[in-house]
Ligand binder design. Structure first.
Ligand code: Q9C
Ligand code: ZN
Length: 338
């Protein structure tokens, strides 16, 4: 079994800095900080099993297959602004008419937690390019790869940013692998929050299976999606699975759901597995709901490894910065079998 794992990262993720999110009208310090990526990077450097790699693949061709061009154009133009951009109104009827900049913001931004700050477009493109570079290593025969993606991606829909996400990194990697000849790709999302963006992008696609375990939308963001009756549409019916869980689940209870989710992936027989890995399920997460332990992530990694699929893990959430590095290391140890 492999005793090392390639790790792809980009300098841009150490630079963009969302200052605050707006929650119920109040400014709050932003949870998605540069410190997160520093902690993960330092822990990986110290671990001795990470082969650190900064060779990116320009992800643009696949980013354009995931997101609409008006959306990407909106994000690019606004990330040149000298002040952070937040939405203030949202369309109350389905419409594409958004001539005024204030109207346009409401059209493409679904919450007040995800500002467009200077340079975030470039950082988001680089983050998705990290995911593509990781996927390329799978095609070259690496069994397991980790892409340290920041900003995260799983909340970004075809034409909407939100939940600290701008470009959907896992979705871009899935499109890339499909384009390189993979017939079937599975995405396993274990971030605390439902991956509404990934679900949106592949909802009618039978060739990309999406399986997500998360805190119920009854109690947590993104509130409107993540219920178990969301099973896909059209040809994609039956290729979308949600496992919403209540407040307070522990390692044992969580693992029961993991086994169900992994069985679905096994039976789908994908050529490649992508993992949207969020560690906001940890007991000490400041915006979390679950009680998972650092040791548990190793078992989670081991369980995923048992599928014996070429697998790329992309980083999503996780805000307990004191333990974030240890949590990622624990998971990757399980994944590569050390
Ligand atoms: N002030 C990811 O984990 N909720 N995004 C903020 C706390 C938004 C999480 C409320 C959570 C978004 C990638
Ligand atoms: Zn999350």
């Amino acid at each position: 079994m492999a005793k090392e794992i390639p790790v792809i990262y980009t300098q841009a993720s150490f630079e963009y800095n969302p200052e605050y999110e707006i929650f119920s009208g109040e400014k709050e310090p932003h949870a998605e900080t540069i410190d997160r990526v520093r902690r993960i990077f330092d822990a990986l450097k110290e671990s001795g099993f990470a082969q650190i790699n900064t060779t990116l693949i320009n992800g643009m061709p696949w980013i354009e297959q995931v997101h609409t061009s008006p959306y990407l154009d909106f994000l690019r133009r606004n990330s040149e602004s000298s002040f952070p951009i937040y939405p203030s109104v949202h369309p109350y009827l389905p419409t594409n008419k958004a001539v005024n900049p204030v109207a346009e913001r409401g059209l493409y931004m679904f919450d007040t937690y995800t500002p467009i700050t200077k340079g975030v477009y470039e950082a988001a493109v680089d983050s998705a390019s990290c995911a593509v570079a990781g996927a390329k290593l799978l095609l070259e025969g690496e069994p397991k790869v980790y892409s340290l993606t920041r900003p995260p991606g799983h909340h970004a829909e075809k034409a909407m940013m939100g939940g600290y996400c701008y470009i959907n990194n896992a979705a871009v990697a899935a499109k890339y692998l499909r384009g390189q000849g993979a017939e079937k790709v599975a995405i396993f999302d274990f971030d605390l929050h439902h991956g509404n963006g990934t679900q949106d992008i592949f909802y009618d696609d039978p060739n990309v299976l999406f399986v997500s375990i998360h805190a119920s939308p009854d109690i947590k963001f993104p509130y409107y999606t993540g219920y178990s009756d969301e099973t896909g549409a059209g040809k994609g019916e039956g290729a979308n699975y949600n496992f919403p869980l209540p407040e307070g689940v522990d390692d044992e209870r969580y693992h029961q759901e993991v086994e169900k989710a992994l069985k679905i992936i096994y039976e789908y027989c994908p050529n490649f597995l992508l993992i949207s890995a969020g560690f906001d399920t940890h007991v000490s997460d400041p915006i979390g709901a679950f009680r998972l332990s650092t040791e548990y992530y190793r078992m989670l990694g081991e369980s995923i490894a048992k599928l014996d699929l070429p697998a790329l893990t992309v980083q999503e959430g996780g805000y307990a910065t004191d333990t974030l590095g240890a949590n990622v290391v624990s998971y990757l140890k399980g994944l590569i079998g050390i």
